[in-house]
Write a protein that binds this ligand. Structure first.
Ligand code: NAD
Length: 276
């Protein structure tokens, strides 16, 4: 790969995998894709609808991929078609990246107990958690010689984050799904892990109320006193998806500058940051 800021090498040479969840160049899945390609992986992409194809196609081409399939994860026919295409083209795959989540904007602001509707709850859990179960089952059928899968989660699953609301519940489900899938697929040599990333400026993050406060507070209250770098998330993905991650499965790995480890932030850091 020309001019990549990502460490190049051969850790993923000879491996093929599917990336689900690139919307644009800011997507976490795109940072992961670039890192995997820089280590020699061959990539296929799903995209959500024709509107996103315009953005995803040139990105895919820049890492040498022309295998792109339209796939809304709520649509069984599209899931069938996407995995059938992948099977026709490649037969087998080695890895899966699931970086998909959605909740209606009305569900991501204000009081969780007042705002959460039955439809909002069902849709958030369907798109953000069940879709990983569905994709993992389909991908595992194409992993004849073991494999590795990751999904993306957030600390809102473990602790209350203002406005994250039903998405926190969906992420808790997603992390539990990760453990159950890991147990089921482990005997077949397939590892399944989640990366819990700190806040990163993407389309999905923009949908969550009080974003500015979230980034400032995260910076102040994390051990590294900085926001999460997508390259760090991509590096963790490389570890988990390559043979470096041997023996690691069922794990939720935090890549958040150590925010999850801090019980009480330093007073000075908090004051300076909140005053910015
Ligand atoms: P993003 O908006 O770039 O990516 C979200 C992706 O989900 C998009 O590609 C979108 O097309 C896809 N998607 C949504 N509904 C879909 C559907 N019905 N069918 C198919 N695809 C669908 O944002 P991102 O921040 O890169 O999000 C990727 C993952 O990372 C998500 O699971 C998100 O919750 C997680 N995450 C994000 C952050 C953050 O701060 N940005 C932090 C931790 C975890």
């Amino acid at each position: 790969m020309a001019d990549t800021p990502f460490p190049t090498g051969t850790l993923m040479a000879g491996k093929r995998g599917l990336i689900m969840g690139v919307a644009n160049k800011n997507s976490i899945a795109w940072a992961i894709a670039q890192q995997l390609a820089a280590q020699g992986a061959e990539l296929a992409f799903t995209y959500q609808g024709e509107k996103l194809l315009r953005r995803v196609k040139p990105l895919a081409e820049s890492v040498g991929s022309s295998l792109l399939v339209d796939c809304d994860v709520t649509n069984d026919d599209q899931m069938d078609a996407a995995f059938a295409t992948l099977k026709d083209e490649w037969g087998e795959i080695d890895f899966l990246v699931h970086a998909i989540a959605f909740a209606g904007k009305d569900q991501l602001a204000g009081s969780f107990v007042e705002q959460t509707t039955r439809e909002g709850f069902k849709s958030a859990l369907d798109i953000s958690a069940y879709s990983f179960v569905d994709a993992a089952r389909r991908a595992s059928e194409m992993m004849k010689d073991g494999g590795s899968m990751i999904t993306l989660t957030y600390l809102g699953s473990e602790r209350v984050i203002p406005n994250y609301n039903v998405m926190g519940v969906a992420k808790a489900a997603l992390e539990a799904c990760t453990r159950y899938i890991a147990a089921d697929l482990g005997p077949r040599g397939i590892r399944v892990n989640a990366i819990s990333a700190g806040p990163i400026k993407t389309l999905a993050a923009a949908g969550i109320g009080s974003g500015r406060h979230m980034f400032r507070f995260n910076k102040a209250a994390s051990a590294l006193q900085d926001n999460t770098d997508p390259m760090g998330v991509a590096g963790a993905a490389l570890y988990l998806l390559s043979d470096l991650g041997l023996s690691c499965t069922g794990e939720t790995h935090h890549v958040d500058g150590g925010f999850h480890a801090i019980g009480m932030p330093q007073e000075t850091a908090l004051r300076d940051s909140l005053a910015e």
